[in-house]
Write a protein that binds this ligand. Structure first.
Ligand code: COA
Ligand code: AMP
Length: 635
């Protein structure tokens, strides 16, 4: 039987121009598009060609002109600094306009790149919107990455200006950002002309005369800048994400399709509207932070929460409930790992009972597979719908969801429900043929992708085609494997590449292997993501030493762990490695990653017929048992 979801979904697939053209009427345009979908240069698709728009105008000025100037736009809630500060739409617009003016004074114009390397403070949001206001392209880099990763992004994006802060705060630890930034600039071939540094009171950074400018100084001198109309197809931002090599992929987001899709998603997926309080407990360094801390809620006229804290320890596992009740949050979006952390500290949800959560209507989870245990715990204790939804940095918004504003389907644990309108999801085998219901295969999306998804990779059209479009012609490859059941529910089971998800953070094991291989004593290595009760997965390294190396193994392990921390960053959570004599391989020399994975995750495995030397599996078992990651022998 048809329901509003079915109607919307069918129309979005059969008449995408009609469907998205209608959604676009809800946004502010300086000039309407000539064509909703331009498919004249396949496999590149462009949305709202000929249209002129400004993202910042849609996020801020539009609402002020429609009577929301005094409504809270942003609530900065920072338990780590004991601060709560509210910005109305007008206050936020005024700060953003000034910052846009400051950037313009430094010569930043439409199309120039600005890297933002900031903790979770309002100045990070002001920087992003300030760039959007003048048509500059921002690229936010997550604070937990090491200077080397930041340098890679500098070389690729070639920013004119970097915006940063003196420090971040991780629970009680001060993370000094400025030395990391200085190190990255030193390493990079492409150096910015200027750095704007926000000096936080708990740590004053040393400034480099001639290059570094104090945020407060530039703001006090700047004149507000108006919104600059840009082409709908112009880039709004680049967000680097892990690919299968150490070179991250620069996912591009355009302006027009992004405004349309995100504004539409707030009402139709999350069922929140102008005036509602919406909270995405993530970080502005990730796609969730871009789409649902900053842009989506502001496009819709909601109040968004910027939370500088953790689900536990800031100060306790009740902080999420405190924030929800204090600010009347209607919907929360976070990663399952945050709930696993809370559940571990407060299994009976006693802290939850201290707060009035009556305004709270739904919890949304994404970033990794939602384990049914965590989902059920949240359902039981919160007594609200718990909605798993599936998406990626590339897609910018949910590929599959229970679209709460259209029709609420019964929840199937372990499934992010059904494809959202715009997403024609299929499951195919290696021959690119669709498989039967419940049969696992590659999850792909029939082209064109809907507005808001990546049009290409930064300066790398060929890489875009190679990474996403070549393997399954006519489809976008998600690099996730899964199945669709007879009722149309999608299940996302695992990645088909070397990406792992650690505490909801996307990381490449290939990139970690490159770091380990650079150690002078390491002959070869493998890094795998093994199951972890808190973080979902954690990376574990297996290293084979070069012949003749007699140094203390524990020392070598300490060194490789430190190398990953220094070159990729603490966010990799790479803490466990073990030395083995040989890696299990096939006779043709391929590492038997799947088998090692099963041993590590305590799953039953068969000795592959193609194995070169079965005794290597015994050694892996012993090594994993000795570090506590395998408990039983099955063979
Ligand atoms: N700047 C600098 N360092 C950072 C950082 C940042 N913005 N974010 C994390 N780090 C560091 C941490 O301090 C930690 O360092 P350590 O090895 O010295 O302890 C390391 O990176 C790993 O951090 P994290 O993965 O956050 O693990 P954790 O043990 O500190 O916390 C959770 C575990 C589950 C509480 C935490 O991951 C969490 O809150 N997750 C919520 C989900 C989320 O935000 N997902 C994002 C996508 S939706
Ligand atoms: P990121 O680009 O960091 O958002 O990571 C995207 C990847 O996270 C996806 O390709 C999936 O592997 C995983 N992921 C995100 N959401 C879900 C979900 N709801 N269920 C299962 N896996 C998910």
């Amino acid at each position: 039987m048809s329901n509003p979801y079915e109607t919307a979904f069918q129309r979005s697939i059969q008449d995408p121009e009609g469907f998205w053209g209608e959604a676009a009427e809800d946004c502010h345009w300086y000039k309407k598009w000539d064509k909703v979908l331009d498919d004249s240069n396949k496999p590149f698709y462009r949305w709202f060609v000929g249209g002129e728009i400004n993202t910042c105008y849609n996020a801020l000025d539009f609402h002020i002109e429609n009577g929301r100037g005094n409504q809270a736009a942003l609530i900065y809630d920072s338990p780590v600094t004991n601060t709560i500060k509210t910005f109305t739409y007008r206050e936020l617009r005024d700060d953003v306009a000034k910052f846009a003016g400051a950037l313009a004074d430094l010569g930043v114009t439409k199309g120039d790149r600005v890297i933002i390397y900031m903790p979770m403070i309002p100045e990070a949001v002001i920087s992003m919107l300030g760039c959007a206001r003048i048509g500059a392209v921002h690229s936010v880099v997550f604070g937990g990455f090491a200077p080397n990763e930041l340098a890679t992004r500098l070389n690729d994006a070639k920013p004119k200006v970097i915006v940063s802060a003196s420090c971040g705060i991780e629970v009680k630890n001060i993370i000094r950002y400025k030395p990391l930034l200085d190190g990255a600039i030193e390493m990079a071939q492409s150096k910015p002309e200027r750095c704007i540094i926000y000096q936080r009171p708990m740590e004053k950074a040393a400034m480099m005369p001639g290059r570094d400018l104090d945020w407060n100084d530039v703001m006090s001198k700047a004149k507000p800048h108006d919104c600059v109309p840009v082409a709908a197809t112009d880039p709004l931002y680049i967000l680097y994400t892990s690919g299968t090599t150490a070179q991250p992929k620069g996912v591009v987001r355009d302006n027009g399709g992004h405004v349309v899709a995100l504004k539409w998603s707030m009402k139709n997926i999350y069922n929140v509207d102008a005036g509602d309080v919406y909270w995405a407990a993530s970080d502005v360094g990730w796609v969730v932070g871009h789409s649902y801390i900053v842009y989506g809620p502001l496009f819709r006229g909601c109040t968004t929460i910027l939370f500088e804290g953790k689900p536990v320890d800031t100060p306790d596992a009740g902080v999420f409930w405190r924030v929800i009740s204090q600010h009347n949050v209607r919907a929360l979006f976070t990663a399952p790992t945050a709930f696993r952390a809370i559940k571990r500290e407060d299994p009976n949800a006693l802290l939850m009972k201290k707060y009035d959560l009556s305004k709270f209507y739904a919890l949304f989870l994404a970033g990794e597979r939602s384990d049914p245990d965590t989902l059920q715990w949240a359902e039981k204790n919160l007594a609200v719908p718990v909605i798993d939804h599936w998406w990626q940095t590339e897609t910018g918004w949910a590929i599959c969801a229970n679209c709460m504003g259209l029709h609420q389907f019964p929840v199937k644990h372990g499934s992010p429900t059904k494809p959202a309108p715009g997403w024609d999801v299929r499951v195919v085998n290696l021959a690119n043929e669709e498989v039967a219901p419940n049969e696992t295969g590659a999850l792909v999306v029939r082209l064109p992708l809907p507005p808001g998804s990546l049009p290409t990779l930064w300066n790398n059209d060929a890489g875009f085609i190679e990474a996403y479009l070549d393997e399954f012609p006519g489809y976008y490859k998600t690099a996730d494997a899964g199945y669709i059941d007879e009722n149309g529910y999608v299940s996302v089971m695992s990645r088909t590449d070397d990406i792992i998800n650690v505490a909801g953070h996307r990381l490449s094991t290939g990139a970690m292997e490159e770091v380990l291989s650079a150690h002078p004593d390491v002959a070869e290595c493998a890094v795998l993501g093994v199951e972890d009760n808190l973080k979902g997965q954690v990376p574990v390294g297996f290293v084979v030493l070069k012949a003749g190396v007699t140094r203390d193994r524990a020392e070598i392990i300490r060194e490789v762990v430190q190398m990953v921390r220094d070159r990729i960053g603490p966010v990799a959570s790479f803490k466990i490695a073990t030395v083995i004599k040989r890696l299990p391989k096939t006779r043709s020399g391929k590492i038997l990653r799947g088998t090692i994975q099963k041993i590590a995750d305590n799953k039953e495995y068969k000795i592959p017929a193609t194995i070169d030397d079965p005794s290597t599996l015994r050694e892996i078992e012993d090594a994993l048992i000795s570090i506590g990651y395998a408990t039983a022998r099955f063979n």
